[in-house]
Each structure stands twice: as structure tokens, then as C-alpha cells.
Write a protein that binds this ligand. Structure first.
Ligand code: BTN
Length: 272
């Protein structure tokens, strides 16, 4: 295995590649900050344009879904937040996290084709999580003012750099492929995919993205259990509903819709 570089991101190179585009035409770069989502939220409230991107080489308080933290060591990975300003009713905004999940798994699959999606938008390689998304809405009165899409991708992280409790759950593109990942090249590709999938969503709605999402997941047909704050669901995954909710069918044939929570595949991803 060739060892990846420890160098900071070549931000001038990335800015040159994104000049003239929409997503990433303006990039705010930090060697280290608390959380790119927090900074992007502040910029959005101050009027930052759609497509503004915040990137950090390290986060001191990286945030994950469901109140978790996101491990963010320096110069290895991608920590990125994107400002979006869609004309949408607030109820549809959570779909943007699934749209961004499709773009992210597609970008990862350009390097590691066996990458898959786990609902709602975790990217896995060989059952290990390599990317996660945190979408946060900003409201003005009852109007959706912006959505911050935060994306973390473990690119060049070595497994031994993870906290012990994550070493059998998390991974990276480098650990999966044995080849260092060009971070500028990856971010450039990801921003292009995000722009394409976002535009498709705005033109045609989530139904156009649903088949793309379903094509990238291994959970359809699997027996899963899901815990959310209120209850525990168990059943076989049927697919996604029109709005991105996960549809389950239990042993008695009853269907339920799940809108939040963590999916566990009963028996793991590769039952023998
Ligand atoms: C998850 O729990 O799966 C979501 C993880 C999201 C992490 C990213 S890293 C960039 C952005 N800034 C944050 O603080 N969180 C998101």
C-alpha cells in the first residue's frame, strides 16, 4: 500500500477547477474549524449564494446525525458543507439529504465501484461506513430560506487512525482500495455530481431520484430493524416512498413508513 500524503488540501487547484461553475465557484477554506455546517449556516444567514461551499482540513466539533459527533482528523478526509436555496416547501427539504446521498455514492463509486447506500444516506464499502450526510434547514418565518448539506467522506484515513470503537464499523476509500485518493479530484467530481443530481431533483422531483437511490442500495428485500426516538420497527425493506421515507413490510404483511432512525440489517450484510 502506498501511504497517502499528509499535505493540506491544494485549495488553489480546487478553486481553479471550480471557477465558472455553480457549486464551488465560491469556496471558503479553513485549515481547522469547529464544524463546516456551523460556518456554512452562518454564511447562509449573512446572504451567501447558492452553491457556496465550506471546506475544512480538520474539524474540532464535527457533527453527525442523531446528535452524534463526526471524527475529523486533519488532512486525510473531506469535510464539506454546501449552501442550497431551493424554492421548496419545508416538508420537501429532507429529500435533499437523499439527493445528496445519491451524488455522494456515485462519486465514491467512481473510485470504489462496490460502494452502496444504507438508508437514509450512509455510504458503505464492504459494510463499513465511509461517508455520512447531515442536512440542516434554515427557516425565515414559515419559509425555507436555505438548506446546508454537510458531507463527510473518509478518503485517506487508515483504520488504525480511528477511535478503537469505530475500527470494525468505519472505513475509507484508501483502506478499501489500497491506493491514496487525490482529494482535489474527488471533491471536484463530488461537486459536479451534486449539481447534476440537485438539478434533476428540481426539474423532476424526488421520483426521478428514487430509482437511482434504490439501484445503489443493498437493503431492499433485507430484514431490518430500525430504532427511532419513539419505537422500534422490524420488517423487510420494500423500497422508498415518494418522499424518501423507507417502506417496510412486517411478517403479517403490514406496511410501515419510517422517516428517521438507524437501520440495522438483521444477520448483517452478508449472511451465510
Ligand atoms: C452522519 O452522522 O452520518 C453524518 C455525518 C456528517 C459529517 C459532515 S463532515 C462535514 C459537515 N460538518 C459537520 O459538522 N458535519 C458534516
Amino acid at each position: 500500500m502506498t501511504t497517502p500524503t499528509d499535505a493540506p488540501l491544494a485549495i488553489d487547484d480546487l478553486r481553479a477547477r471550480r471557477a465558472g461553475g455553480r457549486f464551488g465557484a465560491c469556496i471558503e477554506y479553513f485549515a481547522s474549524i469547529d464544524s463546516t455546517n456551523t460556518v456554512a449556516e452562518r454564511l447562509a444567514r449573512a446572504g451567501a449564494a447558492e452553491g457556496t461551499v465550506v471546506i475544512a482540513d480538520a474539524q474540532t466539533q464535527g457533527r453527525g446525525r442523531l446528535g452524534r459527533s463526526w471524527v475529523s482528523p486533519p488532512n486525510r478526509n473531506l469535510y464539506l458543507s454546501l449552501v442550497l436555496r431551493p424554492s421548496l416547501v419545508p416538508e420537501l427539504a429532507p429529500q435533499l439529504a437523499l439527493v445528496a446521498g445519491v451524488a455522494t455514492v456515485e462519486a465514491v463509486a467512481d473510485w470504489v465501484p462496490r460502494a452502496t447506500l444504507k438508508w437514509p444516506n450512509d455510504v458503505l464499502i464492504d459494510g463499513r461506513k465511509v461517508a455520512g450526510l447531515l442536512a440542516e434547514m434554515g427557516m425565515e418565518g414559515d419559509r425555507l430560506a436555505h438548506v446546508i448539506v454537510g458531507i463527510g467522506v473518509n478518503l485517506n484515513l487508515r483504520i488504525d487512525e480511528l477511535p478503537a470503537e469505530l475500527r470494525d464499523k468505519a472505513g475509507s476509500l484508501y483502506a478499501a482500495g489500497g491506493v491514496p485518493i487525490d482529494r482535489v479530484g474527488f471533491i471536484d467530481r463530488l461537486l459536479t455530481r451534486l449539481q447534476e443530481r440537485y438539478d434533476l431533483f428540481l426539474r423532476q422531483g424526488f421520483t426521478a431520484l428514487r430509482s437511482l437511490w434504490e439501484a445503489r442500495t443493498e437493503v431492499i428485500g433485507r430484514l431490518v430493524c430500525i430504532d427511532d426516538a419513539q419505537r422500534r420497527y422490524e420488517g423487510r425493506v420494500v423500497g422508498l416512498d415518494d418522499d424518501g421515507a423507507l417502506l417496510l413490510r412486517d411478517a403479517g404483511g403490514r406496511e410501515s413508513r419510517v422517516v428517521a432512525g438507524d437501520v440495522t440489517v438483521v444477520g448483517g450484510y452478508d449472511p451465510s
